[in-house]
Write a protein that binds this ligand. Structure first.
Ligand SMILES: Cc1cc2nc3c(=O)[nH]c(=O)nc-3n(C[C@H](O)[C@H](O)[C@H](O)COP(=O)(O)OP(=O)(O)OC[C@H]3O[C@@H](n4cnc5c(N)ncnc54)[C@H](O)[C@@H]3O)c2cc1C
Length: 473
């Protein structure tokens, strides 16, 4: 494919801590960390039908759905580190119906009809994740305790009410309002004023899930190759070529599934920006300490700040406490942010305020990871180069559930199947472009600081804060 080939540089600089980017990934041994099993890295030049760059939830669900939809389709996944190295192995493990920021926000952005179709697709997707784990014997500690979303201030009361109104408008009865007393029956935490519960939500061990998906993909004949950074993708009339220092993969079609790392691709960076999210973890609680928090249903909990806190029990009896600050990173994924002591300290501060009865419990782990966000907060799939190279990314911190739906969308797109899924706003809605630098960095930095201050002070401050909060309401 000489001359007419177009180059798409995909390599991102330094990746940071290769050994244990999260407690989840370090908890069960990474089968490829110590010694690479034969055949798990690209070696030489390979030919296939579809090449996927990125071995996270998006890349692996896409590979699985492609292999299922067309068993004759030869699929190769190229992952720079190990599967789950990106956000997929570092997240809170909340698989929610939420696409974007909230149900209210989805209705506001895409209208009630499309919002209802997305919501229904997500309810079905969560059932599919559960069914898939059962059928494939993926031991991802999956549970369905439901999601409690709480308000900790007047601004958040409004958002809780808006979510409930949006559900009513769509004729959904799967979001139930809860009073302050109702919240306290579910969890003995400080500051909860009201909330809502959604039963469909799942909790998973994300590292176990992503590794289970890689194994399931391999069982379907997909070649999942790790420790293989793609340095460049070339697209031409003859197809796609992914170039690495160990060899190349030539394919008819390709998928960029590198989420925040797609910052390296200027055309995707135009509507995508990176923020760094963080998580802390307590030591395992004793039975007496669990009794003090009264968290009998062990459900996932999120508040309704713009940049929310989220917390959940882990399978081995710890509390995972994440969220709060999510600073914009102008350079894309930044490993220096993976364990930012200031952010982890601020997370500990709100953990202590929320659970004063756990003053003696130690926080033993902390980590962070890159989140690919869009202005609308909606993820997006589309063509980077018509009919040849597609992308699927931009979950804005809520990709555990939606990436499974995206896998089906990608399979439809790459196999050229005209399905209803391709009519979802994830595909049809135009991405809002960001201005070029230096305006881009200045606007994103300012908006992020204003929103953080609004969250911390229980309301917007100054004209920028008021404008940013109004735009998000
Ligand atoms: C701290 C944190 C908490 C979160 N909590 C939640 C949550 O509780 N619920 C929720 O729904 N979402 C959560 N998210 C977001 C969620 O994790 C992501 O939306 C989701 O994992 C995205 O999956 P992905 O496969 O698209 O991207 P990733 O998992 O980031 O996968 C991209 C992969 O591409 C690889 N790659 C990059 N460049 C190259 C290259 N050049 N060649 C080859 N491979 C490459 C990377 O190594 C990486 O493995 C959280 C995110 C973070 C960081």
């Amino acid at each position: 494919m000489p001359n007419q080939e177009e180059m798409v540089g995909t390599a991102h600089r330094d990746v940071g801590d290769r050994t244990a980017p999260s407690w989840w990934l370090g908890r069960s041994p990474d089968p490829t960390a110590a010694r690479l099993p034969a055949g798990s890295r690209l070696d030489g030049d390979v030919r296939c039908d579809v090449v996927i760059v990125g071995g996270g939830f998006t890349g692996l669900w896409s590979a699985i759905r492609l292999a299922e939809a067309d068993p004759g389709c030869a699929v190769v996944v190229l992952e720079r580190e190990c599967v789950g190295f990106g956000a997929s192995g570092r997240n809170g493990g909340f698989a929610m119906t939420m696409v974007g920021r909230s149900l209210h926000d989805l209705v506001r952005k895409v209208g009630p009809g499309p919002a209802l179709r997305v919501h229904r697709a997500m309810v079905q997707t969560l059932d599919e994740i559960e069914g898939f784990c059962r059928a494939e014997a993926i031991a991802a500690d999956l549970s369905r305790p439901g999601l409690l979303t709480v308000s900790n201030g007047p601004e958040q009361d409004v958002r809780i009410r808006q979510d409930l109104e949006a559900a009513e408008r769509l004729g959904l009865n799967d979001l139930r309002g809860v009073s302050a007393a109702g919240c306290r029956e579910l969890l003995a935490a400080q500051g909860m004023r009201c909330g809502h519960v959604e039963d469909a939500a799942l909790l998973v061990d994300p590292a176990a899930l992503v590794r289970g998906l890689a194994a399931a993909a391999r069982r379907r004949g997909v070649r999942v190759l790790e420790r293989t950074p793609v340095e460049e993708v070339r697209v031409g009339p003859g197809g796609v070529r992914a170039l690495t220092r160990f060899g190349s993969v030539r394919a008819d079609r390709g998928l960029i599934a590198t989420n925040a790392y797609a910052h390296a691709i200027p055309r995707l960076r135009r509507f995508l920006f990176t923020v760094c999210a963080s998580i802390t973890l307590t030591e395992p609680l004793t039975a007496a300490q669990w009794a003090q928090v009264g968290w009998e249903r062990r459900m996932g909990v999120e508040d309704r700040r713009v940049m929310p806190h989220f917390h959940r029990p882990t399978p081995d009896g710890r509390i995972l406490w994440g969220g709060r600050d999510a600073p914009h990173s102008p350079i894309g994924p930044d490993p220096r942010r993976d364990r930012d002591p200031r952010i982890l300290r601020r997370l500990e501060e709100t953990f202590r305020q929320t659970f004063p009865q756990l003053a003696d419990v130690r926080l033993t782990h902390g980590w962070g990871g890159p989140v690919a966000a869009t202005v609308s907060c909606l993820p997006r799939a589309g063509w980077l180069r018509g009919g040849r190279l597609a992308y699927a990314l931009g979950y804005s911190g809520h990709g555990v559930g939606p990436s499974a739906l995206m896998g089906r969308v990608v399979a439809d797109l790459l196999l050229g199947r005209a399905t209803e899924r391709l009519e979802l706003p994830l595909v049809t809605r135009r991405a809002v472009p960001l201005p070029p630098e230096p305006l881009r960095g200045a606007i994103l930095g300012m908006a992020q600081r204003a929103l953080q201050a609004a969250d911390d002070h229980g309301g917007a401050r100054g004209p920028v804060g008021r404008l940013a909060v109004r735009l998000l309401r």
